[in-house]
Design a protein around this ligand. Structure first.
Ligand code: FMN
Length: 315
């Protein structure tokens, strides 16, 4: 694997896994693995996250599944994916070649589902980080595992047990209450990091038909509308439970430009995910990376790591 020299000021790490840049392509927004290499030099991206993979293939929800709204997008994709057996068969060689870190996203509807996919991913050496998507609002039961902290802890412990070399990140929902106990439970039961946030559960109504606009009523909002909420939640979790435990956070939610990414870093994120931003402009990570480089310098820092969680709390 040939890695180009990256800007050393932007190097960061997620629980010991080095990233060339803090920018991470978010699960479900960049194809299975390397599809965005048509728009981006992936060696300059910190990591790509796979689509969330379930034990069986899923066609997802009926169309329409994506809606462009004023301050972002609403999706009801519903974890459409080829299933773990086909993924391992067709994508392992791609994962081995891709010139960046690959985060393997796993999803399911029971502990056995998560353990089943995790144990297949555990055998792929070139996936150093597993991300447990326990926060999909677009499926019935997609958030069962985050029903309460003890249920989440059970899921995390079970997955932790089948992983050998990989770091385990848990992807949390943007809950405005009850998030700290969930984050604490994930950490206490073996998570090496947290990814936050997933989409916000919303409703959008067609005023003529009086029905939900997309095929199902539970849908996920992403993009600029959720950005300030995501920043607040990353900051709360970083300060309350993650920083002292040395737990890194991948912060995401409405990151469209370098300022959004810098805010996430100051709130406490070690890396920053871009999802909806890729639909607006698939090459946006290039601009974000350039902007972050200048920002780190303008802050008088040699490394972006010095700025993680560095926002001042004065009013
Ligand atoms: C079309 C679409 C599909 C998504 N699919 C997944 C998925 O399969 N797994 C997952 O963990 N998150 C999924 N997400 C959530 C994103 O990874 C991200 O957490 C969320 O969109 C917030 O970030 P953003 O505002 O930058 O998009 C999806 C988001 C969108 C817009």
């Amino acid at each position: 694997m040939v890695m180009k020299m990256a800007n050393s000021a932007l190097k960061t790490d997620l629980g010991g896994i080095e990233l060339a840049s803090p920018i991470v392509l978010a699960a479900g927004t960049c194809g299975y693995v390397d599809e965005l290499s048509v728009a981006l030099d992936l060696s300059r991206i910190g990591a790509v996250t796979t689509k969330s993979i379930t034990p069986e293939a899923r066609s997802g929800n009926a169309p329409m599944r994506v809606l462009d709204v004023k301050a972002g997008m609403i999706n009801a994709v519903g974890l459409a994916n080829m299933g773990v057996e086909a993924f391992v068969r067709e994508k392992t060689a791609v994962i081995e070649q891709v010139p960046t870190v690959v985060i393997g996203s796993i999803a399911g509807f029971s502990i056995d589902d998560y353990v089943g996919v995790a144990s297949r991913f555990a055998k792929i050496d070139s996936i150093p980080i597993i991300e447990m998507n326990v926060s999909c609002p677009n499926c019935n039961d997609g958030r069962l595992a985050t029903a309460n902290p003890s249920v989440l802890a059970e899921h995390v412990r079970a997955v932790r047990e089948v992983l050998v070399h990989q770091k385990l990140f848990v992807k949390l929902p943007p809950s405005t209450d009850g998030l700290l106990p969930l984050a604490a439970a994930a950490i206490e039961s073996g998570a090496d990091g947290l990814t936050m946030v997933n989409t916000l559960e919303v409703l959008s109504i067609d005023v003529q038909t009086r029905r939900s606009v997309l095929g199902r009523s539970r849908k996920g909002m992403s993009g600029p509308a959720i950005h300030p909420l995501a920043v607040r939640l990353v900051s709360d979790v970083h300060r309350a439970v993650a920083a002292d435990a040395g737990i890194p956070i991948i912060g995401l939610g409405g990151v469209l430009d370098w300022r959004d990414a810098a805010e996430m870093i100051l709130a406490g994120a070690s890396a920053v995910g871009v999802g909806t931003g890729l639909f607006v402009d698939p090459s946006s990570p290039k601009r974000i990376t350039k902007g972050l480089t200048k920002w780190v310098k303008s802050q008088g820092c040699a490394s972006i790591r010095e700025l993680v969680g560095a926002h001042t709390t004065g009013e």
